[in-house]
Design a protein around this ligand. Structure first.
Ligand code: DLL
Length: 441
């Protein structure tokens, strides 16, 4: 894969110059919020912060955090900092409960967003002329339109198939000679499985896929290898991170070296904090990511608590970019499951499963409460359904998986092996946890 850089000036800037630019932008953002946002003006005044008080980057600590609840409490447009006539797009994220979080963009915000996505799409292998199929759902979700405009900006050929309709997706891929796919890792895997199931009729070499620009949910390096092997022919995937509150995709993404996700630091100033105390941690520590969107004006975000757990490496990368790189998301401070007092992230279970040839990477964690105690079951799909009839082998496999998970989590859990293709597939974010604990006490 060639190592192209979309905006050398910004992506390869010296650390000193980048920090100077961030400071200038931070001051101007605080000044803008004081003058234009009723919400932030009140909050900043209460904390005694003015733009003059920000003399160096660490002075950001004077500014209070912003949370998802702030967006929910001001639903839908209470945090806008421009009159509605200046807004040209609105998106919303799909909350499971309560009001969705609504975000809004000025024309300038959309231009910045496209630039951010364009850089990451190039880092992930796309270029002018690359035929890219966007398999994220078009709609209120930021993924599809975010990638759409970023890819058009670099001159890629955008094929907006949206999510679902798998046979049609595969037909377009074969007929158009699609070179790159934009999807969640789980949908990319699902498409590969579907393609393989039809290979008698349509051999895998009919697909010209080279790059997977994946994101919106986590995937372990093992899962990535599995996806790449399923597509075969040198298919190469990168991980891309973002959230609707911070525009959507475009905050960070991997380059060909896949050694952390490059952050668009001229737009996003990142901190890592201790979730429980709210204290800022030393550079390099693992904790909750907090992000200030330095250039957003329609609905600014000051010190937004993402709840995503990561750490940041400020060393320049072999690819030539000097931008800081965040570690793949390790988990969320709030989707972390507590089972009998132990913190469990679904990605830990995933890493225990992947690499075993008898099972597919599709799994479901089921939590129940039995006799006032939590129980955790991991349902795992077999590749060969015939194994269900071979009791000895089945039990041995079950035990191996149980041991693997116990080694990682330190707790004993139940493993159930189920028929091939019996676990639900998702065209959007996969749901890996079924929590039934509220049903019994
Ligand atoms: O998922 C934005 C996006 C779209 C990013 C397409 C990349 C590609 P939301 O729907 O608001 O926005 O969800 C944001 O998803 O806080 C993370 O917990 C999770 N997430 C997003 N990307 C990744 C990733 C979009 N690469 C929430 N790895 C975030 C792990 C991710 N988790």
């Amino acid at each position: 894969m060639e190592n192209r850089i979309f905006n050398k000036e910004m992506e390869c800037m010296s650390r000193r110059d980048m920090e100077a630019l961030q400071l200038e932008r931070l001051k101007s953002l605080v000044d803008y919020c004081e003058k234009n946002s009723e919400f932030y003006a009140k909050r900043l005044a209460k904390a005694g912060v003015t733009a003059d008080k920000i003399k160096c980057l660490s002075d950001i600590e004077y500014i209070p955090y912003t949370t998802k609840d702030d967006l929910r409490d001001t639903y839908p447009f209470g945090m806008l900092s421009v009159p509605m006539e200046k807004i040209v797009r609105v998106h919303a994220s799909s909350g499971t409960t309560g009001n969705p979080t609504v975000v809004a963009y000025t024309r300038e915000d959309l231009e910045n967003w496209s630039e951010q996505v364009a850089r990451l799409a190039v880092a992930g292998g796309a270029t002018a002329g690359t035929i890219v199929q966007i398999c994220f759902g078009y709609g209120m979700f930021t993924g599809a339109l975010g990638l759409h405009y970023g890819l058009e900006k670099i001159g890629a050929v955008v094929v907006p198939t949206s999510s679902g309709n798998t046979e049609k997706q595969l037909k377009f891929m074969r007929d158009f000679g699609t070179n790159a796919i934009v999807a969640t890792p789980s949908y990319c895997m699902y498409l590969a499985e579907a393609a393989r199931s039809m290979q008698d009729k349509y051999p895998m070499d009919m697909y010209k896929l080279k790059y997977g620009i994946l994101g919106s949910e986590g995937s372990t390096p093992e899962m990535r290898t599995e996806i790449e092997n399923h597509w075969g022919n040198g298919f190469f995937c990168t991980d891309n991170y973002g959230m609707s509150e911070l525009n959507g995709p475009g905050m960070s993404g991997e380059c060909m070296y896949r050694d952390g996700l490059h952050i668009n630091e001229d737009h996003f100033l990142c901190e890592v904090i201790d979730s429980a105390s709210g204290n800022v941690l030393e550079k390099g520590s693992t904790g909750e990511l907090v992000v200030t969107n330095l250039t957003k004006r329609g609905l600014p975000m000051l010190r937004y608590r993402t709840k995503d757990i990561t750490n940041i490496n400020y060393e320049p990368c072999k690819c030539g970019r000097t931008s800081a790189r965040m570690h793949k998301i390790i988990g969320r401070s709030d989707d972390m499951i507590k089972v009998r007092g132990v913190n469990v992230f679904p990605t830990q279970v995933e890493s225990a499963l992947i690499g075993m040839t008898e099972i597919s990477p599709n799994y479901l964690i089921v939590l129940r409460r039995e006799n006032y105690s939590d129980s955790m079951e991991v349902r795992v799909e077999l590749i060969d359904g015939g194994l269900l009839d071979r009791y000895g082998e089945l039990v041995a496999l079950q035990k191996r998986i149980q041991d693997n998970i116990k080694n990682i989590l330190g707790i004993a859990i139940k493993v159930t092996l189920v028929e091939p293709n019996s676990i639900e597939r998702f065209t959007g974010k996969a749901k890996r946890v079924l929590d039934l604990r509220h049903e019994n006490k």
